[in-house]
Design a protein around this ligand. Structure first.
Ligand code: NAI
Length: 462
């Protein structure tokens, strides 16, 4: 029986980051992972592979739509799907091997297998039981499907199966206009699929700022994605190579059907805690099946911590990473800190969508006096040169103090631009602080500055 200061269960972005930080803080650390490779959902079947396909399909879109205008003539590239999948797999491999290297570098033992916790201070992996002064559960989440919809990962797929389809489907129906549905829907639409998104609500991307939702929805329609909104999917009938989706329109309860070659179920995810033995250990859970933790990521069982998708909060890799680092600090006797008010969220479509802090709807609901400074990428020279002038930056600031309360960006590199605002918010900055900061010309980031200027005396370029 090996003995450790910390055993982390799960090697996704939450788990592997926690393990590395624990090791860096001088704790003898192991990480349990049952997959063939490290990195969890994010690296193996989530964030990273989807970004590879988004990148490749965006390149195709650029070639088809913008090359000729830039004087780049010739036949558009055709899709070699097998090669595109190899490129995606190669990308996954580089990243998962990178973590293996980091584990070796930090002297972290990879305990291969699925872990369970027979009692506090013990982790069982296969036939071996290991001693652990502290345990961090970082087991992530799994797909949450709908009643009447069975995922076979062939005709009816989750995001996992959608990254491995044997060919680009002619007709793809996506259930759910959330992050996964729109990212993967965009990929296949660009690759030539006829994509229809069926969404229960009347807007896309629940929880996002309303103005961004509207603009984003419009742009996606312009790109060729079809939407059936206000439609509750009732079930999917899967045949060998086809499927039939039945949905009910909320406005009049009428029932309709849609045929598809492939159906992607993207209706959310739920915490994955199966097989850990949390019940017999007596770990308290929330009504939504999340592990309950205190302010220091400790469960009600002393020495057992939990982070990431399996606890409350947004299911985002970077939120899990932050919690992983913070929990490691707490275990090492230091102060662990996560500012839940400043966690960015990004949708990696084209244009990208990014947000941090409060939406206008939330501020209105809170009755907070605020001002909104907005700037369109149409006024940004770099965006115009790059055929990327769709979208805008919106900064929300306190009406009295000018302190930034939130920012919403739809446009080129929005997922990178948002971090300027994250840093500003961490420092408690006012919109004026961003407005008075020199921004290099010509960059997309000037649009952020202009939105900050719009919170004060006004932007220059609109
Ligand atoms: P989601 O929660 O973002 O969206 C699910 C959508 O499905 C909602 O719009 C919901 O109204 C709709 N829906 C639910 N039941 C329905 C029904 N019966 N008929 C029609 N529509 C229905 O979930 P998604 O996209 O599956 O993502 C899961 C999680 O993974 C999210 O927490 C997301 O934040 C995370 N994720 C984040 C990414 C990123 O940060 N770029 C990328 C991929 C996933």
């Amino acid at each position: 029986m090996a003995s450790y200061d910390v055993i982390v269960i799960g090697s996704g972005p939450g788990g592997y980051v926690a393990a590395i930080r624990c090791a860096q803080l001088g704790l003898k650390t192991a990480c349990v992972e049952g997959r063939e490779t490290l990195g969890g959902t994010c690296l193996n079947v989530g964030c990273i592979p989807s970004k590879a396909l988004l990148h490749a399909s965006h390149m195709l879109h650029e070639a088809e739509h913008n090359f000729a205008a830039m004087g780049l003539k010739g036949k558009s590239p055709s899709v070699d799907w097998k090669q595109m999948l190899s490129y995606k797999d190669e990308t996954i491999g580089q990243n998962t091997k990178g973590i293996e290297f980091l584990f070796k570098k930090n002297k972290i033992d990879w305990l291969k297998g699925w872990g369970s916790i027979p009692e506090a201070g013990r982790v069982k992996v296969g036939d071996d039981t290991h001693e652990a002064k502290n345990i961090i559960i970082a087991t992530g989440s799994e797909v949450s499907t709908l009643p009447g919809v069975e995922i076979d990962e062939k005709t009816v797929v989750s995001s996992t199966g959608a990254l491995e389809l044997p060919k680009v489907p002619k007709k793809l129906v996506v259930i759910g206009a959330g992050v996964i549905g729109l990212e993967l829907g965009s990929v296949y639409s660009r690759l030539g699929s006829d994509v229809t998104v069926v969404e229960y609500l009347d807007h896309v991307t629940p929880g996002m700022d309303g103005e961004v939702q509207k603009n984003f929805h419009k742009l996606l329609k312009k790109q060729g994605l079809n939407f059936i909104m206000g439609a509750a999917v009732q079930g999917v009938e899967a045949m060998k190579t086809k499927a039939k989706v039945t949905y009910k329109l909320r406005k009049d309860d009428s029932e309709e059907t849609l045929d598809a070659d492939v159906v992607l179920v993207a209706t959310g995810r739920k915490p994955f805690t199966d097989g850990l033995g949390l019940d017999s250990l007596g770990v308290e859970m929330t009504e939504r099946g999340q592990i309950k933790t205190d302010d220091h990521w400790q469960t009600n069982v002393k020495g057992v911590y939990a982070i990431g998708d399996c606890i409350s909060g947004p299911m985002l890799a970077h939120k899990a990473e932050d919690e992983g680092m913070a929990a490691a600090c707490v275990i090492a006797g230091q102060h662990g800190h996560v500012n839940y008010g400043v966690i960015p969220s990004v949708i990696y479509t084209h244009p990208e969508v990014a947000a941090v802090g409060k939406t206008e709807e939330q501020l209105k609901e809170e009755g907070r006096a605020y001002k909104a400074g907005k700037f369109s990428f149409m006024g940004n020279g770099r965006a115009k040169a790059n055929f990327a002038a769709d979208g805008f930056v919106k900064i929300l600031a306190d009406k009295e103090t000018d302190r930034i309360l939130g920012a919403h960006i739809i446009g080129p590199m929005a997922g990178d631009l948002i971090h300027e605002i994250c840093v500003a918010m961490e420092f408690g900055a006012a919109a004026e602080d961003v407005a008075l900061t020199c921004h290099a010309h010509p960059t997309y980031s000037e649009a952020v500055r202009e939105a900050a200027l719009a919170c004060g005396d006004g932007p220059i370029h609109s």
